[in-house]
Design a protein around this ligand. Structure first.
Ligand SMILES: [Zn+2]
Length: 530
């Protein structure tokens, strides 16, 4: 069914429908009354297949201006009512037959660029301003950590001047300072545990993680945890060498400073009454990363023991430098693929959600678990099937990583403070904090999301969701199988099933996400097969 519609003043009117592919003469079921200047669109296409070619049109009094392609402009007088309009549309169609027919002739199931977009809610107001990031306090904390000499996890936990214990003291002190300013909202916990690994020489090593917790206000969502994490431990060239200096200014005093600054920014919002987070946010500083991701592996278990569901885990590791010329550059955001056919991993959905929040100008998504042959604290979460991603600076300098400070053949090795770029780190903090803010304000993601309608003309998407008075509804998302990002296909207020008329199950991927009345989106849940 070929249709011609006009979209003006936020309303769509059907002008004509025809069973033939070409429309040569038109009549209007609803006369258009152009009384003032209005940006409008003429849509020509097939309503069943949801494919539309649009032509921009402007109504000024009784004159209609239409632009076809980039160059051709036609003026028409609509005086005389429908007769004038009929003439106009006939000319348009004959002037652009290739464009008008493109959807059906090229590929009957391909998504069109100009598909009318459903109305979407604005994202939550009150975004974290870049200026509110305290670069100076990050500089101080990073310096304090470097000044501990080494932070190898199997160095001293008791010497206040040198070793991992010194680092832990500095982080706890800073978080306690922030907690004091939070009006009792932020709670600081030191979680001591032991772990045995090849890189603890097969012996049980005492370790500890530090958590600052900002409890959620929603009775159900408070058990959902959004985590930002950096690792306080560092290493020299040899991973069992507890004696040599290991400044670790970038790896990962930078990520530690990011996690701690996020705690300050977000607890301050709560303390000031600007916001009440629905879900719980955990600002983690872990140890044992260089000895085999021991702290984050323990953190996965801790969240289970505490009865939390991990809504998302943001690992910040090596986020302190941006050495390539022409900066600031985008931070890289790594996410693993998962291993389910035709379905994205929760980690990939978290990455997309973060990019959608912070923007493509801020985030460079990399669809890979981590840099090639490398690992990080998000991996134990990812392997447990939880949404977890890694932030890392744009271009790493390997002479500055995992290197005992020294100069060799004129090359200076070592992870030193002088290579840090606090402007870049400040950007990373903002991106993390804003992502956490919006995610912790969002409703729960939909559950049991299924795609049905195989071997039929219409895709059917179904999902479940618990009652939530703060939820506005759900966005049905889709994308071409070759596309990286979701687009919104439909909005619907209630959970259940939606039939996508004329949309094949076969040529797109589908997902559903929940939208709060405040505009915050859950991460998307991709459809599983029914
Ligand atoms: Zn690291």
């Amino acid at each position: 069914m070929t249709m011609v519609m006009i979209v003006t003043g936020g309303k769509t009117r059907r002008l004509v429908r025809s069973k033939t592919a070409e429309v040569n003469s038109l009549s209007f079921s609803t006369p258009v009354k152009p009384t003032q200047s209005r940006e409008s669109q003429i849509l020509i296409g097939d309503s069943c297949a949801r494919m539309w070619t649009s032509v921009a049109a402007t109504f000024v009094g009784e004159t209609i201006t239409m632009r076809i392609g980039q160059t051709t402009i036609h003026y028409f007088h609509a005086r005389g009512g429908s007769a004038g309009m009929m003439a106009m549309i006939s000319v348009v169609l004959s002037a652009m037959p290739a464009v008008a027919q493109r959807p059906t002739s090229l590929d009957p199931t391909e998504a069109l660029q100009d598909l009318p977009q459903p109305k979407v809610l604005e994202r939550p107001a009150g975004a974290i301003a870049r200026e509110s990031v305290d670069e100076q306090s990050m500089r101080v904390l990073d310096h304090q950590l470097v000044a501990c000499g080494t932070r190898l996890s199997i160095s001293s936990w008791t010497d206040p001047k040198r070793g991992i214990g010194c680092a832990s003291d500095k982080v706890v002190a800073r978080l306690n300072e922030i907690a004091r300013d939070s009006g009792g909202k932020l709670q600081v916990i030191v979680d001591k545990f032991e772990a045995t690994a090849e890189r603890t020489a097969g012996e049980s090593a005492p370790l500890q993680n530090i958590y600052a917790i900002l409890p959620g206000s929603d009775p159900k969502l408070a058990k959902t945890l959004f985590i930002v994490s950096g690792h306080m431990d560092s290493r020299p060239t040899k991973v069992m060498d507890a004696v040599s200096d290991a400044p670790g200014a970038d790896d990962d005093a930078s990520g530690t400073a990011v996690s701690v600054e996020c705690a300050r920014l977000l607890s301050k919002l709560e303390a000031g009454g600007q916001v009440s987070f629905r879900a719980t946010i955990l600002f983690a500083v872990v140890s044992g990363e260089e000895q085999g991701l021991l702290g984050s592996t323990h953190l996965v278990e801790w969240t289970k023991q505490q009865g939390y569901t991990v809504g998302g885990m943001l690992d910040d590791d090596i986020v302190g430098a941006d050495s390539a010329p022409g900066g600031p550059h985008r931070v890289r955001l790594f996410s693993g693929n998962g291993d389910i056919d035709d379905c994205d991993s929760p980690s990939r959905e978290l990455a997309r959600a973060i990019e959608a929040i912070d923007g493509q100008a801020a985030i460079r998504m990399v669809f890979r678990l981590d840099r090639y042959g490398r690992g990080g604290d998000h991996a134990p979460f990812y392997k447990a099937g939880l949404p977890a991603v890694r932030f890392t600076e744009p271009l790493e300098d390997y002479t500055h990583q995992h290197q005992t400070p020294r100069t060799e053949n004129g090359v200076e090795y070592g992870d030193l403070e002088k290579y840090l770029d606090f402007r870049f780190m400040g950007d990373v903090v903002r991106d993390n904090a804003e992502a956490l803010r919006q995610l912790a304000l969002a409703p729960a993601p939909p559950a049991n999301v299924k795609l049905g309608g195989a071997v039929t003309p219409d895709a059917k998407v179904s999902w479940l969701a618990e009652n939530d008075p703060e939820r506005a509804g759900f966005e049905i998302l889709w994308r071409e199988t070759t596309e990286a990002r979701w687009k919104v296909l439909e909005f619907t207020p209630n959970a259940g099933e939606i039939v996508l008329k004329g949309v094949s199950t076969d040529n797109h991927f589908f997902a559903v996400r929940a939208v709060g009345k405040n505009g915050a989106r859950s991460i998307a849940t991709p459809t599983g097969i029914k």
